[in-house]
Design a binder for this molecule. Structure first.
Ligand SMILES: Nc1ncnc2c1ncn2[C@@H]1O[C@H](COP(=O)(O)OP(=O)(O)OP(=O)(O)O)[C@@H](O)[C@H]1O
Ligand SMILES: [Mg+2]
Length: 321
């Protein structure tokens, strides 16, 4: 969609309230524009999805799920939808503006060291933990869906394939290079949060390689035993043998790097999530919660190449409910 067409399609109040400044990204089903508020001068991202192609592919339920699932404030590591507007032809989703994506940063700066990769991977896992606590499965984890803001905070975006575990969805979904066997050619296998655990493995692999991985065995030379083991476990073809997100967050290479302020954000969120969990699941959740919320460690920095994206401790965003 060209800028002229976008302006023609923009409904009120978007048309009068914002100026369109350019294109931020082009996805398979959407174009994301940078827009700026005429009144406050604040910039945002506007994801524009045309309904007709979605209707033709019977993907309207998917679009409705994306909007519904994005409307919940999960975590500082998951992008927050600020506004949604429907017209007969388009859906407009307004988000906070981020600086770049992990994919773009990798393309610019090349493969990451293990330490660097884990500093982003930990944030990614915290975002996934918040989604899984709410029963949400992302199903399309990949570096182009991880936004980075100017303060060094990673935010998971693009809920185009996301669903609730209770939807009991199956079939092909996501992006093949990051998708587990149950999402490629196993039409009756019901998806669980273990789909995302495989995706996390493929994303860690991508960060360490600096490019799209070509299969499970495609890892750079010289990786530590712990990382090789973690990748193997995450990308096990059998979903039941993959670790859950709490297990991964308890690994020493992740647990040791959680900054002090993030620990408290995490603890607070865990406690508030805990209140919503049905009684039978509380005991197990309590155990893992205590484990992931304890053990303050040395801060590992969020830094890509020469870009300093270290969050200042007083700037770690608070969780809104
Ligand atoms: N809030 C944002 N701030 C800055 N850039 C963004 C934002 N949201 C999205 N983008 C950019 O737009 C791209 C496409 O967005 P998104 O992944 O949501 O669209 P999509 O059509 O669902 O993508 P896909 O190709 O994965 O299906 C992102 O990879 C990113 O480069
Ligand atoms: Mg995307």
């Amino acid at each position: 969609m060209s800028l002229t067409h976008l302006l023609a399609a923009l409904p009120e109040p978007l048309f009068s309230a914002y100026e369109v400044e350019g294109v931020l990204g082009v996805g398979a089903y959407a174009i994301v524009y940078q827009i700026r508020s005429v009144e406050t001068d604040e910039a945002f991202a506007l994801k524009v999805v045309e309904k007709e192609p979605m209707r033709k592919r019977s993907m309207m339920p998917q679009l409705d799920r994306e909007v519904a699932l994005l409307s919940v404030p999960y975590s500082p590591h998951v992008i927050q939808l600020l506004e949604v507007l429907h017209t007969s032809s388009h859906v407009f989703l307004r988000f906070e503006l981020c600086d770049t994506t992990v994919e773009d940063a990798l393309n610019q700066s090349g493969p990451m060291s293990e330490e660097e990769a884990y500093s982003w991977f930990r944030q990614l896992c915290l975002g996934i933990q918040a989604l899984h606590v709410h029963g949400v499965i992302h199903r399309d984890l990949k570096p182009s869906n991880f936004l980075l803001d100017g303060r060094g905070v990673l935010r998971i975006c693009d809920f185009g394939w996301a669903c609730h575990e209770s939807d009991h969805l199956s079939g092909n979904c996501g992006t093949p290079q990051y998708s587990p066997p149950e999402c490629i050619g196993r039409p009756s296998y019901v998806h669980t949060p273990k789909v995302d655990m495989y995706g996390l493995g493929a994303c860690l692999q991508h960060m360490l390689l600096g490019r799209v991985p070509m299969g499970r065995e495609d890892v750079p030379k010289g990786l530590s035993e712990e990382t090789i083991e973690l990748l193997h476990e995450l990308m096990d073809p059998d979903p039941d043998l993959r670790p859950c997100i709490e297990d991964v967050l308890n690994r020493p290479q992740l647990a040791n790097g959680i900054p002090f302020a993030e620990h408290f954000t995490n603890l607070w969120r865990n406690l508030s999530d805990f209140m919503d969990i049905p009684a039978p699941q509380k005991a197990a959740r309590k155990k893992s919660m205590m484990e992931t919320s304890c053990g303050f460690g040395q801060e590992k920095r969020g830094k890509i190449g020469n870009r300093n994206l270290v969050p200042r401790r007083d700037e770690v965003p608070s969780v809104s409910t």
